[in-house]
Design a protein around this ligand. Structure first.
Ligand code: BEZ
Length: 227
């Protein structure tokens, strides 16, 4: 089962957008590889609508989306057509899913990525989300059970937070969103700890190990978002 920090396992697959060679085809981009249990199921349908609607937003953050279930290609095509033609959820309708959806009847990819978790279901994938960086390294993994639809704003928030951490060499606190203070790495020496506590800069050190600094939303957007 792949873990954070591992290279994303390689595979070739057939998708609704043609064949892909993963992760090689995505070199230089972030990619979110996610699984859903089955086509033509309600929770999955409610998930695909917001995720597909947010595809441009993810693209602006240099991130591509790739879906997977253990259904076949024709089922995928029929389901995506049905979503576009018939389904309405919240304020979304006429939603076209343009990102590739992998057919994985053999469960080859699902097993490689630990998406089959037999005590939840032996016949379908759980709701897994793999965040893979432009070098093909897995940076975060989220698993949800079959009954629980994901929050795609949280998935976007996590992506932007990781990109911000990379770009500005900081960490992001609980519930952080762009524009809020970020965390600087803990002091590694007594000297640095003292310096921080005595600093008159814009650092906010509540104690030597808990130091925040401002990072403007515009600065984050300038560094991360493509125009
Ligand atoms: C759903 O997407 O609605 C679903 C899929 C598998 C099991 C339970 C619910």
């Amino acid at each position: 089962m792949p873990r954070i920090g591992d290279k994303a396992p390689e595979f070739k697959a057939v998708t609704t957008q043609g064949e892909i060679n993963f992760p090689a085809d995505y070199k230089g981009s972030w990619v979110i590889l996610f699984s859903h249990p089955a086509d033509f199921t309600p929770v999955c349908t409610s998930e695909f609508m917001p995720f597909a609607s947010m595809e441009d937003k993810f693209a602006k953050a240099n991130c591509k989306l790739v879906g997977l279930s253990v259904d076949g290609l024709h089922s995928h095509i029929a389901w995506l057509r049905t979503i576009k033609e018939k389904i309405q959820y919240r304020d979304m309708k006429d939603v076209e899913v343009n990102f590739p959806l992998i057919e994985d009847i053999s469960m080859n990819v699902a097993h490689k990525y630990g998406m089959i978790q037999p005590n939840e279901s032996g016949t379908s994938a759980v709701r897994a989300v793999f965040f893979i960086d432009p070098k093909g390294v897995i940076r975060a993994i989220i698993y949800y059970p079959l009954s629980l639809g994901r929050n795609f704003e949280e998935i976007y928030r996590a992506l932007i937070a990781m990109q911000t951490a990379d770009e500005f060499k900081v960490a992001t606190p609980a519930d952080w969103v762009p524009g809020e203070d970020v965390i600087i790495s803990p002091a590694g020496t007594c000297g640095v700890a003292k310096e921080r506590m005595e600093s008159t800069s814009d650092l906010k050190c509540y104690d030597w190990f808990f130091c925040l600094k401002p990072l403007e939303k515009a600065e984050v957007e300038k560094a991360i978002l493509k125009k």
